[in-house]
Write a protein that binds this ligand. Sequence first.
Ligand code: AMP
Ligand code: GLY
Length: 419
Amino acid sequence: MAKVLVLGGGGREHAIAWKLAQSAQVETVYCAPGNPGTAAEEKLINLPLNPNHPQAVVAATHSLGIQLVVIGPEAPLVAGVGDALRHAGIRVFGPNQAGAMLEGSKSHAKAFMRRHGLPTARYGRFTDTPNALAYLRAHPFPVVVKADGLAAGKGVVVAGNLAEAETAAQQFLQWGPIVIEEFLEGEEASFIAIIVDGQVLPLAGSQDHKRLLDQDQGPNTGGMGAYSPAPVLDIAMSERVLREIMQPAAQGLMRDGTPYCGFLYAGLMIGRNGPQLLEFNCRLGDPETQPLMMRLRSDLYTVLLDAARGEPLPTALDWDSRTALCVVMAAAGYPEHPRSGERISGLEQSFPDTVKVFHAGTQSRDGHIVTAGGRVLGVTALGESLAIAQQRAYGAVGQIHWSGVQFRRDIGHLGLPRH
Ligand code: AMP
Ligand code: GLY
């Protein structure tokens, strides 16, 4: 029986750990640091460990006798925790630092896309204001201005005119280089695959909702809800994404001499000319993971362990044919200044088997669960159709409450007309 360590403590990691624990081969899943949701699950144990500290993670892995480490968020990947674990001879699912640069630097990712012929918006990279301004003056609006490094969703501005673009460019240039790119029209979708040195095993398609408010209004967030499958990624479009993006990306990593073992997330804009890449992430999406793990039928532990061992990947994963939909319940003030410490009611009840409440920014305090972050819960439901999954998820959302809670009421709206 295996012991697994999952790094991270968000909703994504709750869902990954919960799914890993369903494997008959898994005895215990340690979550570092985990959250009150993982603490309450059978077979899961929280560890007070900083997931971004390579040597601390290596030491804990040795002392606990861990067979597999699964890295959830980008920060430990970009910090080189994957490298340190591999160096210590520990099986790990999650790329090394060099592979994680596809997420850690936008300009690195854009250069990679250009070098390997992947479809993406035209762009320029700038390190000073005069050159950035000259580029902005020579290109039509809107344009998209992006900070080069990790910015937790806060480093992207879609600018409608020169003044907005200039303000964003000057702000981001204080942190480092910037990327300015052409605005793409279409519908966004998330296509995630397991990549192991040239091999590609796609996950089911999904769709996130990045804006805070209904009808895709308001500021960008980490994601306010997601569902899978996403009708925009039908069979033909998924095949195109595999052929035009994921397979060339896996080959490109090989050609560049960058070994890669982990999830690769393609943030897509699907428009008239087909799928275009907005970004790469070197991990699963949050909240896309919550519906994906609800639908996954394959044994996640076996798949990730085989991948970490460099064994041939299966040709496909097994998915529940139903739709899963996750509504994120966020704290008052999210995304700018989330309010912590609000007592959450409604979590004690038992929800139907088709509903799962994943924790993210929560904390146990004096026997109660309180808010402790921006995105607090991911209420996820399975349904025979998108509409049924939506009804069930919102039914459960209606039972949970705290002061100032925010959530979108239209998760799944783009998929409904097509379903
Ligand atoms: P990113 O972190 O690069 O995915 O950007 C965050 C969000 O900004 C995306 O989810 C899109 O909604 C928007 N965005 C980024 N790049 C573009 C683009 N080139 N055209 C249109 N929208 C974009
Ligand atoms: N849901 C978007 C992301 O994980 O980056």
